[in-house]
Design a protein around this ligand. Structure first.
Ligand SMILES: [Zn+2]
Length: 498
C-alpha cells in the first residue's frame, strides 16, 4: 500500500515514533527537584517562562473545563516532560505542537513527546483537562458560599492546573476565566482585556501578571463579588474583591490598606507589584494567604466581631508584608519558609507595637519563653520537620512564625537597628522578582554588619535549642508551667495560619 497523503504519512510516522519511544523508555515515575520537605514537588529539566490558564466555571458541583499552556525552556534533552498535576482528568496533551502521550505517576502528569525535546530550545506544552473543586480539604480550590477562591500554599497549585509546582520556578501568568452571567472573576495582576458582557451569556475575564509569580501564589476568585478600586501611595492601583452583599460593612477595613502600604514602604521601600488589594471570601479556611497582589482573607476575620481591631489590622499587615517577603522574594526551598513567615510576623508585631496594643519586646519575650518547646515540636526554624502525612499545612507551626521573628529580633539586638534596617531594605531590593534562601540572608546580614555573622546566626537557624538573646541575659527559653499565651491572650481564637 502506498500512502498518498503527506499529512497521513506524517501522522503515521509520528505514531510510529511514539511507539518506538515508548518501547525503549522505562515506566514513567514521579520526579522532583529535591526539596527536603516535598521531594516530588517541581520537576527537573526545564524552566517555565509563562502559564496561560483558561478556565470555564459552571458551578461548585462541576469540574471546570481548562486549557493550560506552558511556555518553557528545556535545560537538558528531554525524552519525557514531567508536570505536577492531580485532581483533574486530562483529555489531551501536546508538546511543541504535536500530540504527546500522557500518563499519571504519583502526583505527576508525565508527557512523552513524539520527538525528544532538545536542550536549550523552547518547550511549549498544551494540556486540555478538567480542574475539580469538589470535596477537598488539601488545598487548591476553596469553595466559598458564592463561588471559588484559591489557596495553593505550599504544594497545591498542581491540584488545580498542571505546572512546575515549586516556588524556585517563577513565571508570568495569564488567566482567562469564563463564568456565567452575574458572576465576577478576578485573578492576580491587572485586567488584560475588558470583559465582554452579553445579557445571559457567560463572560470571559482576562488578567495578566506584570511580575513573575510562584505557582503557590496564584489566585482566581469567582463569585457574586464587588470589586472596589482605589489608589494607594504614589498612584498605586488598589483593587479589592469582596462579597457584593458585604461591601458596605467591609468598606472601613478596605480603607485601611493605603496607610498599611505607606507604613511598610517607610520600612522596606517601594511596594513591589503592579497593584494590591484584599480578597475577602465567605469561606472558613482557618487561615489567610498572601496570594500575589491579592491577599485572601476569610470574611469572618472582619465580620464575626471576635477579634479586636488592632489584631485584625496586624493580620492585614502580615499578608501585605508577604508581598515583599515571600512573594517578590520567593523561598528557594520550603525549608526557607522561615524567611517568609518570620518577616511577615515581624512586621505584624511591629505594627501592633506601633498601635500601642502589644509591644514588640513583650511579644518577643513571650516567644522566647516558648521557643525551645516550638523547636522540639517543629524542628529548628531553617530546617523544619516535614508536615505529618495528610496535614498539608502542618508545616506552618509556631517555630516558623514567632519562633522565626525571634531570629530577626536577635539579629537586630546583635547588629543594631541601623544595620538591621539596611539588611531588610537590601534583601527585598536585591532579590526582587527572584528566589533566595537562608544562606543568601546570612551573607547579606554579614555584609551589612561588616563581619561574618554565620557563627552567630547558625545556632539561631539550626539549633535544637534557643541561643541566649543578646541584651536580654535574663530571658529564659525554659517555659514556665503556665506559659504566657502570646497574641492569643488578647483574642479568643487566632487563625491557624496567616
Ligand atoms: Zn504568613
Amino acid at each position: 500500500m502506498q500512502l498518498t497523503s503527506p499529512r497521513l504519512r506524517a501522522a503515521l510516522l509520528a505514531a510510529a515514533s511514539l511507539t518506538l519511544v515508548a518501547a525503549v523508555l522505562p515506566p514513567p515515575k514521579a520526579l522532583g527537584i529535591g526539596d527536603r520537605l516535598f521531594p516530588e514537588l517541581g520537576n527537573p529539566g526545564y524552566d517555565v517562562l509563562s502559564y496561560d490558564l483558561s478556565l470555564t466555571y459552571k458551578d461548585n458541583r462541576s469540574p471546570l473545563d481548562a486549557v493550560t499552556v506552558i511556555d518553557a525552556r528545556a535545560l537538558e534533552d528531554l525524552e519525557r516532560v514531567n508536570l505536577d498535576f492531580t485532581h483533574g482528568t486530562v483529555a489531551s496533551a501536546e508538546v511543541n505542537g504535536e500530540p504527546a502521550r500522557f500518563e499519571s505517576a504519583g502526583e505527576d502528569l508525565v508527557l512523552t513527546p513524539a520527538h525528544p525535546v532538545v536542550a536549550h530550545t523552547p518547550l511549549r506544552v498544551v494540556v486540555r483537562h478538567t480542574s475539580d473543586p469538589r470535596g477537598r480539604d488539601d488545598g487548591g480550590w476553596v469553595t466559598t458560599e458564592d463561588g471559588l477562591a484559591m489557596a495553593n500554599q505550599a504544594d497545591a497549585a498542581h491540584r488545580v492546573f498542571p505546572c512546575n509546582d515549586h516556588p524556585a520556578d517563577k513565571a508570568f501568568f495569564t488567566f482567562r476565566i469564563t463564568v456565567p452571567a452575574g458572576l465576577t472573576a478576578v485573578a492576580n495582576g491587572l485586567p488584560a482585556a475588558r470583559p465582554v458582557r452579553r445579557s445571559g451569556q457567560p463572560t470571559t475575564w482576562t488578567y495578566r501578571t506584570l511580575h513573575p509569580m510562584a505557582t503557590e501564589l496564584a489566585q482566581v476568585s469567582v463569585g457574586s463579588s464587588a470589586v472596589p478600586f482605589g489608589t494607594g501611595p504614589h498612584g498605586l492601583p488598589l483593587r479589592d474583591v469582596v462579597p457584593a452583599a458585604d461591601r458596605q460593612r467591609l468598606e472601613p477595613w478596605l480603607k485601611k490598606t493605603p496607610a498599611h502600604i505607606a507604613w511598610m514602604e517607610e520600612r522596606v521601600g517601594r511596594y513591589p507589584f503592579e497593584n494590591y488589594g484584599v480578597l475577602i471570601a465567605r469561606a472558613k479556611t482557618g487561615f489567610e494567604l498572601e496570594t500575589q497582589t491579592l491577599s485572601l482573607f476569610e470574611s469572618g476575620l472582619f465580620t464575626a466581631g471576635a477579634y479586636p481591631e488592632w489584631y485584625v489590622e496586624s493580620v492585614m499587615v502580615h499578608e501585605l508584608a508577604h508581598q515583599w517577603f515571600g512573594d517578590s522574594v520567593t523561598p528557594r526551598t520550603w525549608s526557607d519558609l522561615w524567611l517568609n513567615e518570620g518577616h511577615a510576623t515581624w512586621y505584624e508585631a511591629l505594627y501592633a507595637d506601633g498601635l500601642g496594643k502589644y509591644s514588640l519586646e513583650r511579644r518577643m519575650r513571650e516567644a522566647y519563653q516558648r521557643s525551645d518547646q516550638w523547636r522540639a515540636a517543629g524542628g529548628p526554624p531553617a530546617a523544619p520537620k516535614p508536615a505529618p502525612p495528610g496535614e498539608k499545612i502542618g508545616l506552618f507551626r509556631p517555630v516558623v512564625y514567632d519562633g522565626s521573628a525571634l531570629i530577626l529580633y536577635a539579629l537586630r539586638q546583635e547588629i543594631g537597628a541601623d544595620a538591621f534596617d539596611r539588611v531588610e531594605r537590601r534583601w527585598v531590593a536585591e532579590h526582587a522578582d527572584s528566589t533566595a534562601g537562608t544562606e543568601d540572608f546570612v551573607r547579606l546580614a554579614s555584609r551589612e554588619a561588616g563581619r561574618d555573622l554565620e557563627p552567630f546566626l547558625k545556632p539561631w537557624l539550626y539549633g535544637a535549642t534557643t541561643p541566649p538573646m543578646p541584651g536580654h541575659p535574663e530571658w529564659s527559653a525554659k517555659a514556665p508551667k503556665a506559659a504566657p499565651a502570646g497574641p492569643k491572650a488578647a483574642v479568643k481564637e487566632v487563625p491557624k495560619k496567616a
